[in-house]
Design a protein around this ligand. Sequence first.
Ligand code: DQA
Length: 148
Amino acid sequence: YRIMLLNGPNLNLLGQREPDIYGSETLSHIEGNLRHRAEAVGVTLDCRQSNAEHELIEWIHEAAGSKVDFIIINPAAYTHTSIALRDALAGVKIPFIEVHLSNIHAREVFRRHSYLAELAVGVICGFGAQGYELALQAAVSKLQQHQS
Ligand code: DQA
């Protein structure tokens, strides 16, 4: 299987960015750990991060062309603003899981709404970097479920 991991704006700053909220692990550490876990179960994980909405959208389009089976996405602030990102995911029809490090429901009111969640297979939030591991596990079992 092929899984694409997408991280949105400001997540390149993980480790130094509000560590009380987002933890002290860097994104490259999270990606390395996840790639390792993916390899162990025979999955190819393509990890990308961008601060630009259009780039994330292009990558979602590209995922469809390159036969990506599943997307794990932390859309960061675009969660709460981007109809374009929602439309891109709806357009390619690739199943996806939405991940947030923080519990977006326990913070400012404007973080409670997600434009993507309704279309997601599921949403994982509040578990810090472990949320990505949980998402990978869930994605792999969904894919295996579909195969049998
Ligand atoms: C976030 C939550 C968003 O509200 C915020 O804009 C982020 C990170 C999280 O992972 O907790 O940048 O997606």
